[in-house]
Design a protein around this ligand. Structure first.
Ligand code: SF4
Ligand code: SF4
Length: 281
């Protein structure tokens, strides 16, 4: 049977998911549960509870013979009611696709793109699928990037690095407790990947979110990353933005966007420590 994965969304042309113009593929499912997640509906696979089916105003959600939730793209009016009512950080609006299905969409944008970026959710959960997809993308001479939370052990299974041009790695916190608070997960694998991917020359970029008024946590993470990466990859210092964050989490993290000058002082710290390709977005 063909290898399939749940695809939440494919953006044909993106200029924020790596260099150049890229087709971005967002997978459903993630092992982290980040407080600041902007797309919490990508965290879990659907539990088929049916709550969204009752609320959909367009009758676009139904069940198949085995009781699984099915989304009808043509009926959908994109009101997002289903996402708002889902109590399980999921979405019915996914498509189980083969790599050939995804390639069909990539072929349409191929003349205009530099490459593809696999994102999520957490795309490495669907490792075998992504490996098969990257092999096909390389056959048409396009680049392949991975946007990852760093939870997959690349050293244990490095097969995909042969086809992947680079990983954009989130390092959310250096402090183990702060990492657990922010993501619900341990940080050790992320740090292992930071070093491993750098040594393998497959680290395209590291990203760290800067939270308002979190001086100690922000500084600890930026120092940790900068001292390791130096000038060997980009370091994207990202201002926390509350848009899309779950209401209860905004109370913990802040209801306002991190001030640009405040974030810039961490980019400067990174550059002072040798991470010369640090910049704020
Ligand atoms: S976005 Fe969700 S609730 Fe709205 S029409 Fe589409 S499937 Fe139905
Ligand atoms: S998307 Fe959410 S609300 Fe809808 S059936 Fe799945 S788990 Fe239930």
């Amino acid at each position: 049977m063909a290898n399939k994965a749940p695809i939440n969304k494919i953006i044909s042309f993106s200029n924020v998911d790596g260099p150049g113009n890229r087709t971005s593929i967002f997978f459903q499912g993630c092992g982290f549960n980040c407080l600041f997640c902007h797309n919490p509906e990508t965290i879990n696979l659907c539990l088929n509870c049916g709550i969204c089916m009752e609320k959909c105003p367009a009758g676009a959600i139904s069940r198949d013979e085995e009781g699984r939730i099915v989304w009808d793209k043509d009926q959908c009016v994109s009101c997002d009611t289903c996402i708002q009512v889902c109590p399980h950080s999921s979405s019915p609006k996914i498509r189980w696709m083969t790599t050939d299905d995804v390639m069909q969409e990539i072929h349409r944008s191929a003349p205009y793109i530099t490459g593809i970026t696999c994102s999520g959710g957490e795309c490495t959960i669907w490792y075998e699928f992504m490996l098969e997809l990257f092999k096909k993308v390389k056959e048409i001479n396009k680049g392949c990037l991975i946007d990852s939370n760093g939870s997959f052990d690349f050293e244990q299974d490095p097969r995909i690095l042969e086809y992947c041009d680079g990983v954009m790695l989130d390092v959310k916190a250096a402090n183990p407790e702060w990492h657990r608070t922010l993501t619900g997960a341990d940080r050790d694998m992320v740090m292992k990947n930071l070093r491993y991917l750098l040594a393998a020359n497959k680290l395209y970029e590291v990203r760290t979110l800067i939270f308002p008024d979190r001086d100690r946590e922000n500084e600890e993470t930026v120092k940790y990353v900068s001292e390791i990466i130096q000038d060997r990859c980009f370091y994207k210092i990202i201002r926390y933005r509350p848009f899309g964050v779950r209401e209860e989490n905004k109370k913990l993290l802040g209801e306002w966007t991190t001030d640009e000058k405040y974030a810039e002082q961490y980019a400067q710290l990174a550059r002072d420590l040798g991470a010369s390709k640090a910049y704020v977005v």
